[in-house]
Design a protein around this ligand. Structure first.
Ligand code: GTP
Ligand code: MG
Length: 273
C-alpha cells in the first residue's frame, strides 16, 4: 500500500518544467529538438506554424523530469501566437545560425520580446537560458565565431553550446546541461545558482568588446565624433583602457579589443594637429 510518506518522497523526486525555443526563423530550433527527442534530422525546411508542443521525460540524478517543450515559430508573422507562451517558463533555448550574423544580432530583440510579453512578471533570474550556436557543421559559411557567441552568452550568465542538429554535435551535452541546470534552479528555490552567473567579467566589458568588434572606423571604436580633439580621444582611450586592460579583464576577446583600441588611438592622434 502506498503510504503518505512514499507519496511525498515521489513528489519530491518528480518535477514538471516548461521550456521554450526562441530565435529567428530557419536557424534550426525544431531540428535541434527533433534531433534530441527523435534522434533524426530533417534536411527539408518545414516552418513551424505558430507553436509546436511536445513532452519528454528525462532523468536528472534521482529525479524524473517531465519536460513540456514549446517550440516557437521564429517568423515575425507568428508574433500574436507566440506571445501567449512566454509566461511560466523555466528554461529558454536561444538559437542562432553561425552562418547568419543577423540571427545572432537578433538575440537581444528575442530577449526584449520575451521581457515585454512577461511584463511585470519578468524575472529573468528564475529562468535558465542556453544559447545554441547552431549549424556548426557548415564550417565554410561560418561568420560568427565561438569567442563572440560565448562572450554574448556568458556575460549574461547564460550557457553556451556549439551545436549541429544535422550531425548531432553538442546536442545531448547541451540538453543534459540545460535540464541539470533547471533542476539545480528548482532545488535552489527557483533562483539560478549564483556560480553560473559569476563568470569573472562584467556585462559592460562584454558589450564594449562587442561594440569594438563591430565598429566601422577608429572614431567609432573610441566612441568619439569625427573631428574630436586630442584631449577627447585620450579621455575616451583611457576609459576603455581601464575597462579592457588584459591585467584586469578576463572576458574572451579582451586582448584583441584592447590592441584594437590602442591602434585606433595611435592612428587618430597621428592625424590630429
Ligand atoms: P522556424 O520554425 O521557421 O522558426 O524555423 P526553425 O528555427 O525551427 O528551423 P528548422 O529547425 O525548421 O530548420 C531550418 C532549416 O535549417 C532546415 O532546412 C533544416 O534542415 C536546417 N538545419 C537545421 N539545423 C541544422 C544544422 O545543424 N545544420 C545544417 N546544415 N542545417 C540545419
Ligand atoms: Mg521551427
Amino acid at each position: 500500500m502506498e503510504t503518505t510518506a512514499t507519496k511525498r518522497r515521489d513528489n519530491k523526486k518528480s518535477l514538471r518544467v516548461k521550456v521554450i525555443s526562441l530565435g529567428n526563423a530557419e536557424v534550426g530550433k525544431s531540428c535541434i529538438i527533433k534531433r534530441y527527442c527523435e534522434k533524426r534530422f530533417v534536411p527539408k525546411y518545414l516552418a513551424t506554424i505558430g507553436i509546436d508542443y511536445g513532452v519528454t521525460k528525462v532523468q536528472v540524478r534521482d529525479r524524473e523530469i517531465k519536460v513540456n517543450i514549446f517550440d516557437m515559430a521564429g517568423h515575425p508573422f507568428f508574433y500574436e501566437v507566440r506571445n501567449e507562451f512566454y509566461k511560466d517558463s523555466q528554461g529558454v533555448l536561444l538559437v542562432y545560425d553561425v552562418g547568419l550574423r543577423e540571427s545572432f544580432d537578433a538575440l537581444d530583440s528575442w530577449l526584449g520580446e520575451m521581457k515585454q510579453e512577461m511584463g511585470s512578471q519578468a524575472n529573468m533570474d528564475s529562468i535558465v537560458f542556453i544559447v545554441c550556436a547552431n549549424k556548426v557543421d557548415l564550417m565554410k559559411r561560418r561568420v560568427v565565431d565561438e569567442g563572440e557567441g560565448r562572450l554574448w552568452a556568458e556575460s549574461r550568465g547564460f550557457h553556451y553550446f556549439e551545436t549541429s542538429a544535422q550531425s548531432g554535435e553538442g546536442i545531448n551535452e547541451m540538453f543534459q546541461a540545460f535540464f541539470s541546470s533547471i533542476t539545480d534552479m528548482c532545488e535552489n528555490g527557483g533562483k539560478r545558482p549564483v556560480s553560473e552567473v559569476s563568470v569573472g567579467f562584467t556585462k559592460e566589458q562584454a558589450d564594449t568588446i562587442r561594440r569594438i568588434r563591430n565598429s566601422k572606423d577608429s572614431w567609432d571604436m573610441l566612441g568619439v565624433k569625427p573631428g574630436a580633439t586630442r584631449e577627447e580621444v585620450n579621455k575616451a582611450y583611457r576609459k576603455l583602457a581601464v575597462l579592457l586592460h588584459p591585467d584586469k579583464c578576463v572576458a574572451p576577446g579582451s586582448e584583441d579589443a584592447f590592441k584594437a583600441v590602442v591602434n585606433a588611438r595611435t592612428s587618430l592622434l597621428k592625424n590630429i594637429k
